[in-house]
Design a binder for this molecule. Structure first.
Ligand code: UN1
Length: 510
């Protein structure tokens, strides 16, 4: 690990002490309150990242405000081309950046690479968007009038990200926001500070080479102080937040109190319904991937499986077998499917959830304990718990590989269990029956923002809009027309006639 770290750090321009504040140039490293980044793989210190203070926070926002004046004037297709150059640069460094993600947050090698690929994908999507920032032309009720709309840049967009997708979720927001003409202030999770520095290092060089103003600012921080400054900041008309329901609720009230806008991507408690008409192999793989990938630390992780009573015992047996085969350990080793949790606190939360599940009548079918190996990393055994309907713990999101298994006898009951939680991000149904599938996708079915048939709740592509309902917060990011959220819509009525006819038949003889 030491060797991998050394090589990756060198090639990405990282050191033991890194500045975590960027406003066109890097602020000097400061020891005060610096974040000490530990690798969850073995608990070893990777390096330090300094944090922003009120003064350089302000400097960063001021630089973004200045940049906005210039950047928003540049034509969309040109802005898109800059994002293309950024994506090209990220592609060149993909392997190294993916490795930093693995070292810092414990993703397996392929998942670390996938994370960077997700940034590259959304970057190329944004490049095309640069030529497709369009509004509608609407039939006017008045003669010789044109009614149409434009989507104009909004200003500075604040993006607060979580540790589990430390760069991809930032890029969903930032690349779209920049393409529509905004500038972006990034406040990363203090658990993923190094990744933010590595990414901004690559991007900063492209901005400099292309001679564009500084459109991306970075302010690392610990605790809530920087997030709080950002939420209250009148200069930031939109705040996109990914994280817990509790923090999201707070940010939402602060930002809406000043009539700012938010995009919220909060908790998920995603469920897969497995019908007796499912293709069993696909269902096992789909549920297994959803529950185990990123050690159950995705917003889209499968946390509940509701299985038809007709196949319940068979499915259960085979899923347990699959779990027992899944290799746990150093995520950079080939063949490992389940890496560590992010930190000790996450392990404790996992243990507490299991104790509560058992108290509430759940039965541990496999796993349930901290996973011991020779390293000091934060490993746990992937766990399946047979659950009873209504168990309180199954309504919460525990960021760990814990899967609750339920049995159903009718589709109506399955959907009731499926929807019976406060969150509404992702969902899945495994079936080959057209009727069941369409019910699941109808207004009587899944109440989530994302629904999947015969594929996992996790692993959404960037082309669709990403986000969910209820406590998930209602925001949409990434593909489809999610870009509109980063703009202000202007409705335009133009009279090219020689009279002044009024709408709704009103006359006004002045
Ligand atoms: C998240 O967990 O916040 O759909 C994002 C997925 C990934 C993104 C997850 N593409 O699993």
């Amino acid at each position: 690990l030491e060797r991998i770290k050394k090589e990756t750090f060198e090639k990405l321009g990282l050191s033991d002490s890194n500045s975590g504040v960027f406003y066109g140039k890097w602020e000097k490293f400061s020891e005060k309150d610096a974040i000490t980044v530990k690798s969850p793989i073995d608990g070893a210190i990777l390096g330090k990242v300094s944090v922003a203070n009120a003064e350089n926070y302000d400097k960063t926002v001021a630089s973004l405000k200045k940049a906005f004046a210039e950047w928003s004037e540049i034509p969309g297709p040109k802005r898109g081309l800059l994002i293309k150059n950024i994506s090209d640069a990220l592609s060149e460094k993909k392997e190294l950046l993916g490795r930093i993600v693995s070292l810092e947050v414990g993703k397996t090698n392929v998942e670390g690479q996938g994370e960077i690929q997700e940034m590259i994908d959304v970057g190329y999507y944004a490049t095309g968007l640069g030529r497709q920032i369009y509004g509608n032309t609407i039939a006017s009720e008045r003669p010789e009038h044109v009614l149409y709309e434009k989507f104009l840049p909004l200003g500075i967009v604040g993006v607060i990200t979580a540790f589990n997708f430390p760069s991809a979720v930032w890029s969903w927001n930032s690349f779209l926001a920049a393409t529509v003409g905004d500038t972006v202030l990034w406040k990363p999770s203090s658990k993923a500070a190094l990744t933010s520095v590595a990414v901004m290092n690559v991007i900063g060089k492209v901005l400099e080479k292309e001679n564009y103003p500084n459109i991306f600012g970075l302010v690392n921080g610990r605790g809530s102080s920087i997030g709080e400054l950002l939420s209250k900041d009148e200069r930031i008309p939109l705040v996109s937040f990914t994280g817990s329901v509790k923090t999201g609720r707070h940010i939402s009230s602060v930002v809406s109190g000043r009539f700012g806008r938010t995009i919220l991507e909060l908790g998920g408690n995603n469920c897969a319904i497995v019908s007796e008409k499912a293709d069993m192999n696909i269902a096992l793989k789909g549920v297994g991937f959803g529950a185990l990938a990123t050690a159950g630390q995705r917003c889209t992780s499968t946390r509940r499986a509701v299985v038809s009573e007709k196949i319940y015992e068979d499915f259960k047996k085979r899923l347990i077998e699959a779990y027992k085969k899944a290799k746990i350990g150093n995520p950079l080793e080939s063949g490992v499917l389940v890496g560590p949790l992010i930190d000790e606190e996450a392990v404790v939360n996992y243990e507490k959830a299991i104790v509560r599940a058992v108290e509430q009548g759940g039965k541990v079918l496999t796993g349930g304990r901290r996973f011991k190996n020779e390293s000091k990393g934060y490993y746990v055994e992937p766990t399946i718990i047979e659950a009873k309907k209504g168990m309180e713990i199954t309504k919460e999101e525990t960021f760990a590989p814990i899967l609750y298994l339920f049995k159903y006898s009718s589709l109506k009951e399955a959907i009731e269990i499926h929807n019976g939680v406060p969150q509404g991000l992702s969902s899945a149904m495994f079936t080959t029956d057209l009727r069941e599938e369409e019910i699941f996708l109808s207004s009587k079915g899944s109440d989530c923002g994302i629904a999947n048939i015969n594929t996992s709740t996790a692993g959404a592509e960037i082309g669709g809009a990403f986000g969910g309902e209820k406590d998930t917060g209602g925001g949409r990011e990434s593909g489809s027309d999610a870009w509109k959220a980063y703009t202000r819509r202007m409705t335009i009525t133009k009279n090219y006639g020689n009279e002044l006819p009024l709408s709704q038949g009103v006359t006004f003889d002045l």
